[in-house]
Design a protein. Structure first.
Length: 122
């Protein structure tokens, strides 16, 4: 029985993997085994970091909102509590964008929210 060396399909599969590794340094872009390991690792990081990216942006938005709120005499937690009490459904991305790019309307919103009663904490 003749030895199967890997024909058309194997060649296509290897070519596809090497194409994913194009741009990598040295043997990682040219040698199949090194390319496979590098691509597998890169895909794991890409999957993980798509989730981490969401956390990172949320932290950035909260920092921006907090800085803008403190400039107007409120803390971040106080601002969020007043927004919930006033039934304003603005997410942190929108609030951070308002704080950065439209400070006049952000200031008006904070002035409006200062009149909203917040229950005292225990």
């Amino acid at each position: 029985m003749p030895r199967a060396k890997g024909g058309f399909k194997t060649h296509l599969r290897r070519k596809k993997r090497l194409k994913l590794a194009s741009g990598y340094f040295g043997g990682r872009s040219r040698l199949y085994r090194q390319a496979t390991e590098a691509v597998d690792r890169a895909l794991r990081f890409a999957y993980r970091d798509r989730r981490i990216k969401k956390r990172t942006f949320r932290r950035l938005w909260i920092a921006r909102i907090n800085a803008a709120a403190r400039a107007h005499g409120l803390t971040y937690s106080d601002l969020i509590a007043r927004l919930q009490r006033a039934k304003l459904d603005l997410n942190r991305k929108v609030l951070a964008d308002m704080a950065m790019n439209d400070s006049e309307s952000f200031a008006k919103m904070i002035d409006t929210l200062k009149s909203v009663p917040v229950p005292a904490t225990q």
